[in-house]
Design a protein around this ligand. Structure first.
Ligand SMILES: Nc1ncnc2c1ncn2[C@@H]1O[C@H](COP(=O)(O)OP(=O)(O)OP(=O)(O)O)[C@@H](O)[C@H]1O
Length: 590
């Protein structure tokens, strides 16, 4: 996998992140003050030790008594300076942690909101694992980078500035020797950063791919096993795992170079100072305390520089993560609801019209050219046709999961575009082939269809959906946990629960995707009865597979290549002797 070049600079990432802390400028201001205060207190400490050393050296050279009371006083000042510096540094660290976690919390909220706003087209075209990796891993990486590493960098950067100022005050010539090291360090760091930026990005990409594969194999573990593809999946996993391992190691190889190189450059500068400083002391241009203080500064500057270069690696992986999150946040969103019409869902009858609808999932390929269709309230419409004919698309458009290009779709005489999606979708109930049940009790799963549903509502819906009987036989009855890791129900039972969940919602229009998988005869009878109870008095679109359902529908809509080819009752279409009649006859023969 080739890593793309960065789209966002550090500055752009910082700017976008700072947007999340717009209302916390005062906290940022106090953090900056605390950092400066902590640095000032810390960098004055060597000045105090300088005075102590000079005082002792003076006494020795003049053969006078050492002034212990002065030294004691200075040592108390020294302790106070260190305590104050540590106190302010602690405050700054705590507040930076607060700020970075707040920014991440807000960013996560944006990510969550974005997930609900993404167009289905974007979701269809995204790899789920990669998407989830952006939401989870990348957010965590960024959070770690911001919290510990950014704080460290801020603390260390301010102390570097402070130390440089103090060095200049102490001795300009010695400072110049030391400062030669700075552009050198900068150059080395820049070289390493350039290399590692790309590597860190690749590392996050490989992690996303790894998660994608784990998710894919976990979701489809039955299929993987049934096709004996375990070995192939394991091989694919090994390949990606190996690539992740390699990209991790190579990013760490380069990033690991930076700290020792910085230290080496610093040590060389340190030697230079010792030599030249020694000459200055001998010639009397610098006191012993002065050179001691200077060496403390030179030593002190080495550790923040190494820390910064170390932390920069984490900041870089944080930047790569931030970039992936921003890419996600910039993806296409559903058009905002602009319509002002309101559907009175409670009193709606369920009439539907498609008028000259044109639609394509991708601009280059129109699927529906000119689809028109009318459903009267309470009618059952069986949508049939070969695979890929556009049956699912028809119901997707009805619920406005995708936007049409031309024409209109009316529900109760109102253009679905003029309604809010929430208002529109509250008129619909869906039972799909893949029954989705969440991790919770049976009662919670049925009650999901109606907010504020009582136990009585749940039992009434379960009775209509023919599932009360089997639920009562379970040791924990309605309290039985299902979904997630607890799924112990049969496929047929899950379908019955999904029907109960739709019945409780009492929708005006039903969309049923008839299951193709076979269940035992008794369950099939139960499902048929439950479906019939559910369809009573509601306009129903069934993507039908069973001849029994199709024959009993009020209207059959025969679709092919994105167009409605025939519409009519079973008897009418048989009489017509067209495409439907052919399909029916060949299916009956089989
Ligand atoms: N999200 C999508 N993005 C792009 N093309 C799509 C998308 N969903 C479906 N299609 C294409 O649109 C066409 C119609 O698909 P649709 O799912 O509506 O058919 P269908 O009649 O329901 O088929 P099946 O009986 O196999 O479920 C197919 O060619 C399909 O490949």
């Amino acid at each position: 996998m080739k890593a793309k070049k960065r789209k966002y600079s550090f500055g752009a990432i910082g700017k976008r992140l700072s947007h999340y802390l717009k209302d916390k400028k005062h906290v940022i201001f106090f953090v900056a003050l605390a950092l400066i205060a902590s640095t000032i207190f810390a960098i004055f400490a060597p000045v105090v030790t300088k005075d102590v050393t000079d005082s002792i050296a003076d006494s020795i050279s003049k053969n006078t008594d050492i002034d212990f009371s002065y030294i004691g006083q200075q040592l108390i000042i020294l302790a106070a300076l260190y305590i104050l510096s540590a106190g302010f540094a602690y405050y700054a660290t705590m507040r930076t942690t607060y700020l970075s976690q707040l920014a991440i919390k807000r960013l996560r909220a944006d990510i969550q909101e974005k997930l609900n706003k993404l167009t289905l087209n974007v979701l269809d075209q995204s790899e789920r694992g990669d998407l989830l990796s952006r939401v989870t891993n990348d957010a965590t990486t960024l959070s770690g980078a911001l919290e510990s590493n950014l704080t460290q960098i801020l603390v260390q950067a301010t102390s570097i500035i402070g130390i440089i100022v103090m060095m200049l005050v102490l001795n300009v010539q010695l400072s110049l020797i030391f400062f030669i090291a700075i552009p050198l360090s900068y150059f080395v760091m820049k070289l390493i950063t350039k290399k590692t930026q790309v590597l860190f990005r690749r590392q996050q990409q490989e992690l996303g791919a790894l998660n994608g594969l784990i998710e894919e194999v976990y979701d489809g573990h039955l299929i993987v096993k049934s096709f004996n593809h375990e070995a192939k999946s394991a091989q694919k996993f090994d390949d990606i795992n190996q690539r992740f391992f390699k990209s991790y190691l190579s990013s760490r190889f380069y990033s690991g170079l930076s700290a020792p190189l910085m230290k080496l450059i610093n040590n060389l500068a340190y030697i230079g100072i010792c030599v030249v400083g020694g000459i200055f002391v001998i010639t009397g241009t610098l006191t012993i305390g002065g050179i001691q203080a200077f060496l403390i500064y030179a030593n002190n500057i080495a550790s923040p520089t190494a820390l910064i270069s170390n932390n920069l690696n984490f900041i870089q992986s944080g930047a790569a993560a931030a970039e992936r999150i921003f890419e996600f946040l910039d993806r296409e969103e559903e058009q905002a609801d602009v319509g002002t019409a309101v559907l009175d869902v409670a009193n709606a009858k369920g009439s539907i019209e498609f008028n000259n609808v044109e639609f394509g999932y991708i601009p280059e390929r129109t699927l529906f050219h000119d689809v028109s269709l009318k459903a009267e309230p309470g009618e059952i419409l069986a949508v049939v046709g070969p695979s890929g004919a556009g049956k699912t698309t028809l119901v997707n458009l009805l619920m406005r999961f995708y936007e049409i290009n031309h024409g209109n779709i009316l529900l109760e005489g109102l253009d679905v575009k003029e309604l809010t999606r929430h208002n529109l979708r509250s008129a619909f109930g869906m039972v799909l082939q893949d029954t989705w049940l969440f991790d919770g009790t049976i009662e919670e799963n049925i009650a999901y269809g109606k907010s504020g549903a009582t136990r009585e509502d749940v039992i009434a819906a379960a009775k209509k959906a023919q599932c009360d009987e089997f639920i009562k036989k379970l040791p924990l009855g309605y309290e039985t946990r299902i979904g997630g890791d607890f799924t112990t129900l049969s496929e047929g039972e899950c379908q019955l629960l999904a029907i109960a969940r739709t019945i409780i919602a009492d929708p005006k229009v039903l969309i049923l995707d008839e299951a193709t998988s076979s269940v035992d005869t008794r369950t099939e009878i139960l499902i048929t009865q439950a479906m019939e109870a559910m369809m009573k008095g509601r306009t129903t679109f069934i993507i039908a597979h069973r001849l029994f359902t199709i024959k009993n529908a009020d209207k059959i809509i025969f679709m092919m290549e994105g167009d409605i080819k025939e519409v009519g009752s079973h008897a009418e279409l048989m009489k017509l002797g067209g495409l439907y009649a052919n399909l029916y006859l060949s299916a009956s023969d089989n």
